[in-house]
Design a protein around this ligand. Structure first.
Ligand code: PAF
Length: 280
């Protein structure tokens, strides 16, 4: 596994790999890798011979300094996970190489970023779109893999590459869950034993709503209220529950196959997001 630390090295590597006829997949991450990331790597390997994982805790996308300071960093373990997963190259830029002092550009996607995570975390998405644009430019992958757990992030990135004509296929990999349903997230390590148990109510609420949908209920107010009732006792601060069109993220009044139920709330001061896609 090659480890590269600058955008220039990454571009040169990507050029050589493409010349050799291999396809490249990029898995962008902020480290603290877990089974969810392993699964993204696995999906990447199904699409391309050469898989690049990037690890960069992107200060620009944290709207809260404490969240950034306490974001888990487990570099040694991350490198071991990448090696044992058969990753071809690991890109680990320093903060100063990603954002030198002179850095003054930001990439903004309007519309899709105004709601949900964008409304609750001002500046978050411009941080994400700026860093991902840099990662895509440096690695020039054929495919980029993002997790379904950050559904809005995927929708925003899909719009970004379309609008900017970036020639990359965006692939969304399914959310990986613990046995009890909790969606895997690097932030889960911050949950106490008690709040970890309370957090299970989120996936229970989402799956309850999915079973109502499958039983024929389509009215979104009814589905949202059932979701709320299932988890409200465990959530300190419910940010949003919404049912949206998967492309536009516009809320819908009647749920249809492919629409997405989005959730965000706080337990024990830790903000958790999750979603499910309505399926038959
Ligand atoms: O989903 C993440 O881990 C981050 O938002 C990403 C895409 C790596 C950008 O920093």
């Amino acid at each position: 596994m090659r480890i590269v630390e600058t955008a220039r090295e990454l571009s040169e590597l990507s050029y050589v790999v493409r010349q050799s006829g291999q396809k490249i997949a990029l898995v962008p991450t902020m480290g603290a890798l877990h089974e969810g990331h392993r699964s993204l790597i696995h999906v990447a390997q199904q699409h391309a011979e050469f898989v690049i994982v990037s690890i960069f805790v992107n200060r620009l996308q944290f709207n809260n300094e404490e969240d950034f300071e306490t974001y888990p960093v487990t570099l040694e373990d991350d490198i071991a996970i990448c090696r044992s997963s058969g990753v071809s190259a690991l890109y680990m830029p320093s903060s100063s190489s990603m954002y030198p002092e002179s850095f003054s550009t930001s990439v903004q996607v309007s519309g899709l970023t105004a709601r949900f995570e964008g409304a609750s975390r001002p500046g978050h998405f411009s941080g994400v779109t700026t860093v991902v644009t840099k990662l895509l430019t440096a690695s020039a992958p054929d495919i980029a893999i993002f997790g379904q757990k950050d559904f809005q992030q995927f929708a925003v990135m899909r719009k970004l590459v379309k609008d900017l004509d970036i020639p990359v296929d965006m692939v969304m990999a399914p959310t990986i869950r613990e046995e009890d349903g909790l969606a895997l997230s690097s932030r889960n390590v911050r949950l106490s034993k008690e709040s970890r148990q309370r957090a299970v109510s989120i996936s229970q609420a989402l799956f309850h709503s999915l079973s109502l949908f499958r039983s024929g209920i389509r009215d979104t107010q009814e589905l949202i209220e059932a979701t709320r009732q299932t988890c409200i006792g465990e959530i300190e601060n419910l940010d949003y529950i919404a049912i949206v069109d998967a492309q536009t993220l516009d809320t819908v009044s009647e749920a249809n196959l492919g629409d997405v139920l989005l959730f965000a709330g706080t337990i024990d001061g830790i903000r958790l997001i999750d979603n499910i896609i309505f399926s038959a």
